[in-house]
Design a binder for this molecule. Structure first.
Ligand code: NAD
Length: 458
């Protein structure tokens, strides 16, 4: 496997990937180690994870540099990601014991009924490259704390980060026969689907998720899908902070180069404030600094994957062919590396790809709407259901609108945000099941219902 730096297109290193045979060996290894790990007291498992978090902190500079080099996100955003991951780990460290404890639900004379949360066994964590620490931690941390063994397959675009995660978990005390990194792309991911695992936890595109769900269905094991989005943001006319809203919306659309599952992917603005919003939004985008992600102050680095440039070019062309207006950007940047200029399109409509298909890049369509009713209809006009945001003066108004939107997450005056204490879940083509919150702790367990009756001798 060639590991390429997307900013320079230079080869960083070449690695040996796994094969179906080596994946099978890793599976046998962790299958053998899982029972003892599940018998280790939960406090010890949690302490191991807390040590992992300390290692992330101590090695943050090196880890952030590796992530930036192989995936292209600006260095300060790589640091932010590591900090965010440590915050999530802290949540799991502080809350898992409580949510995994046995629950006595009935205590009557001669009868106790209780629920025990048992680990699933050996699970696959097939992961994405855009936030490898965050989306990885959502799965392998609670899975390990719950007593599972994990075969972790990082994306082929963040292999070095994935290997580093494995190394640090082992260094923290997770046994090698409990956590293994499986290295490679779709082919080795496919090999995991063929193994007799006890659960599949996937973060990635709808296309791959659909395929995985279909393929593992006959196994009748839990399968969870965290997929893409086409997340809308709406600005009604009762908004006393239009310029500030425009700034927040631009950041939500372009942070991480738009390569976030919950990035703002389409914007609707009430006609009464449309011109003011467009001016502020475009100004904000035009001052984003594009360049070497290792350089201070750069906000837009290269895309992680070269192929995405053609997808973005196609979306721009399709929009322009159908009457959109290009306010800024619109093409590959004229320099080495997989750079695309931050792009703002207006006069857009739902016949255009840019308003329907996940862009996953630095490009946004902004549509003028006549009223809230039209905005709700457009926000709902999507195959996806990850997040939706409304920026306005009163919470009541936002809630009234957000209640009508079929999405797993609803934001008032914020966007592109994930909290460890709330369930992270998609609807429709954005997937199903939850990570994070207490639900994302129990998701890695199976409940056992104990009916405990005292025999009466009389
Ligand atoms: P992807 O679907 O291309 O790949 C995801 C993973 O699946 C990779 O590890 C890849 O190697 C593996 N894979 C590919 N083919 C496979 C196969 N046949 N069998 C098994 N595994 C296979 O997605 P990506 O490009 O890595 O990630 C971007 C997508 O992920 C976007 O759509 C984004 O919105 C989504 N995402 C969602 C969330 C969320 O929480 N909902 C978070 C991050 C990213």
């Amino acid at each position: 496997m060639d590991i390429i730096n997307p900013a320079t297109e230079a080869l960083i290193t070449t690695l040996e990937g796994d094969t179906a045979a080596s994946a099978q060996k890793k599976y046998e290894q962790v299958r053998q180690g899982q029972p003892a790990w599940s018998q280790t007291p939960i406090t010890e498992r949690i302490a191991t994870i807390a040590r992992f978090s300390e290692l992330l902190k101590n090695q943050a500079d090196e880890l952030a540099a590796t992530l930036t080099q192989e995936m292209g996100k600006p260095l300060n955003q790589a640091h932010n990601e590591l900090n965010g991951a440590r915050g999530r780990i802290q949540y799991f460290v502080e809350n898992s014991e409580k949510w995994l404890a046995e629950e006595v639900v009935t205590e009557e004379e001669g009868l106790v009924e209780k629920i025990a949360y048992e680990p699933l066994g050996v699970i696959a964590n097939i992961s994405a490259w855009n936030y490898p620490y965050l989306v990885g931690v959502n799965v392998f941390v609670p899975a390990l704390i719950a007593g599972n063994a994990v075969l972790y397959k990082p994306s082929e675009y963040t292999t070095l980060t994935g290997l580093k995660i494995g190394e640090l978990l082992h260094q923290a005390g997770v046994p090698e026969n409990v956590f293994q990194v499986v290295v490679g792309g779709g082919k080795v991911g496919q090999a995991l689907l063929e193994l007799p695992l006890d659960g599949y936890f996937f973060t990635g595109s709808n296309r791959t998720g659909h395929y995985i769900y279909e393929t593992v269905a006959p196994k009748m094991v839990p399968c969870q899908m965290e997929l893409g989005g086409k997340d809308p943001l709406y600005v009604p006319n009762d908004n006393a902070n239009v310029a500030k809203t425009a700034q927040a919306a631009a950041e939500g659309a372009f942070y991480n180069n738009g390569q976030s599952c919950c990035a703002v992917e389409r914007v609707y603005v009430h006609q009464a404030i449309y011109d003011e919003f467009m001016e502020a939004f475009t100004q904000e985008v035009q001052q984003f600094k594009l360049g070497d992600p290792e350089e201070e102050g750069v906000f837009i680095g290269p895309l992680a994957r070269q192929e995405q440039i053609a997808v973005l070019e196609q979306q721009v062309q399709d929009a322009l062919d159908n009457g959109a207006r290009l306010l800024t950007g619109g093409k590959k940047a004229d320099r080495t590396g997989y750079y695309f200029e931050p792009t703002v399109l207006t006069n857009v409509n739902h016949q255009m790809q840019v308003m329907r298909e996940e862009s996953f890049g630095p490009i946004i369509g902004i549509q003028r709407v006549a009223d809230d009713e039209e905005a709700v209809a457009l926000m709902q006009d999507t195959d996806y259901g990850l997040t939706a945001a409304v920026y306005c003066d009163t919470q009541e108004k936002a809630k009234e609108i957000l209640a009508k939107i079929d999405s797993g997450t609803a934001y008032w005056n914020c966007c592109d945000r994930v909290s460890a204490t709330l369930p992270w879940s998609g609807r429709k083509k954005s997937g199903f099941g939850s990570t994070l919150s207490y639900q994302g702790i129990r998701t890695f367990t199976k409940p056992k219902a104990y009916h405990l009756r005292v025999m009466n001798n009389n």
